[in-house]
Write a protein that binds this ligand. Structure first.
Ligand code: HAM
Length: 418
């Protein structure tokens, strides 16, 4: 065993599972592309202040979980714990907030949070996210939710639910927070908890301790404070979701882990994952952009946890679709067959097929084992006889059946098959 191991709590994907990971990630991205989102590729580290200001100091993410260090120039740098703040920074920096609106972007990559590792909770994890900036319309809220939901359905996931809520506008929250604070002031809580509550009173709903949960059960509910405008917006989002045939449940006690949320907020929860059941979440953020120095634009987006979605697919027994498998595994038999085999493989690849070759001087049995392990859909043995006659047997690796093929037309035949 190597003396080196990956740092504690990181997720890694290597063959054969990496192919499955890739399939999940691509399916999520594909759904974003289909709704007009374009790639935004950002650094994995930013100025620490971007996150303390953007994500909020009362959050666990900022107060306990950031990977922060000083770089060689003495600047405080943080590995991105989430994607939205970085997107805002970039959109402002490149003046996209002053151009054609909305700005619709997707991103995919690693994020970092120093959490206690367990299955589905990692210190380096993967998200696919989208942000739609510069639109107030409730229809875009529904679109964002639908991008995630369509991707889950495309993957074949069934055992998940969508929870939605509205956190209201600033007027809603001002009134609500006042009442919530006076409710909290009647409770018997320790100093640290009160300090947390004084930065963001809503955080107390997120407390894991039973006794705090019990105390908060009697607290006022934000949903009862929505202004008529916020209410109408939320009603329209629900109406759209119904039109889209997307099932949802209202969760009026949802607390998102990041402070920038306003209005529509949502979470996707998978039933087969145990404690780490949140496979994605997001919502609207009204003041974030202006708080970071940009135009006063609203936005909405989500982050989907690719690691957890992969676990969810595995829990539901979802198979990798055959079109992602290697299409052909070529097995040259004997020295003379090697060059024609690699040449044929190369021609087929150029024509658009995916092809691998059994390298080395393996006996037929070993080479066929390698073909099996490769996950290829078809295998073809190329020996001196096949080269001389121009005829070979194409073996279907799933069924075990073989059919005779002419080498000259192999490319056409395979292209027709796929
Ligand atoms: P978030 O809810 O903090 O939102 O994270 C989104 C998803 O990332 C979670 O639902 C979960 O699937 C995954 N995730 C979070 N932490 C971990 C972890 N330690 N290990 C594995 N997976 C994890 C955000 O990050 C927002 N930026 C989403 C957003 C975009 N809101 C608006 N726009």
């Amino acid at each position: 065993m190597s003396k080196f191991q990956a740092p504690k709590g990181v997720s890694e994907y290597f063959p054969d599972r990496s192919r499955y990971f890739e399939f999940v990630r691509e399916t999520l991205i594909d759904s974003a592309r289909r709704s007009g989102y374009q790639l935004i590729e950002l650094p994995v580290f930013e100025d620490t202040e971007l996150f303390t200001r953007g994500v909020g100091e009362s959050t666990d993410v900022v107060s306990k979980e950031m990977y922060t260090f000083e770089d060689r120039g003495g600047r405080s740098i943080t590995l991105r714990p989430e994607g939205t703040a970085g997107v805002m920074r970039s959109v402002i920096e490149h003046n996209l907030d002053r151009g054609q609106l909305p700005v619709k972007v997707w991103y995919s990559g690693q994020f970092f949070r120093a959490e206690r590792p367990q299955l589905g909770r990692y210190r380096q994890f993967y998200q696919v996210g989208i942000e739609a900036i510069g639109l107030q319309d409730p229809e875009i809220d529904a679109e964002v939710i639908a991008v995630a939901d369509s991707a889950f359905k495309k993957l074949g996931l069934k055992n998940y639910r969508l929870e939605i809520t509205s956190l209201g506008d600033s007027q809603t929250r001002e009134k609500y927070t006042k009442d919530l604070r006076s409710y909290i002031s009647t409770l018997d809580l320790d100093e640290a908890t009160l300090a947390r509550a004084s930065i963001n009173a809503l955080r107390l709903f997120d407390d894991k301790r039973e006794e705090v949960r019990a105390l908060m059960a009697g607290a006022p509910v934000l949903m009862d404070y929505l202004t008529s405008e916020s209410s109408a917006h939320f009603d329209r989002v629900k109406e759209c979701l119904k039109e889209f045939e997307i099932d949802f449940q209202i969760n009026n006690r949802m607390v998102r882990g990041l402070d920038y949320y306003t209005g529509t907020a949502f979470e996707f929860v998978h039933q087969g994952l145990g404690a780490q059941s949140g496979i994605g979440g997001g919502g609207r953020y009204d003041g974030l952009m202006s708080q970071l120095g940009g135009a006063d634009l609203s936005g909405i987006g989500f982050g989907l946890g690719v690691d957890r979605i992969l676990l969810a697919c595995e829990a539901e027994g979802i198979q990798l679709p055959p079109n992602l498998a290697l299409q052909l595994f070529l097995v040259p038999m004997g020295e003379l067959a090697k060059l024609p085999a690699v040449k044929l493989a190369q021609e087929l690849r150029v024509a658009g097929l995916s092809v691998d070759v059994a390298y080395g001087n393996r006996a037929l049995k070993g080479a066929m084992k390698a073909a099996d392990k490769s996950g290829a859909l078809f295998a073809l043995v190329l020996g001196e006889n096949e080269i001389a006659s121009g005829l070979a047997e194409l073996k279907n690796m799933r069924t075990g059946d073989s059919t005779s093929v002419t080498l000259r037309t192999l490319q056409e035949d395979l292209l027709k098959l796929f």
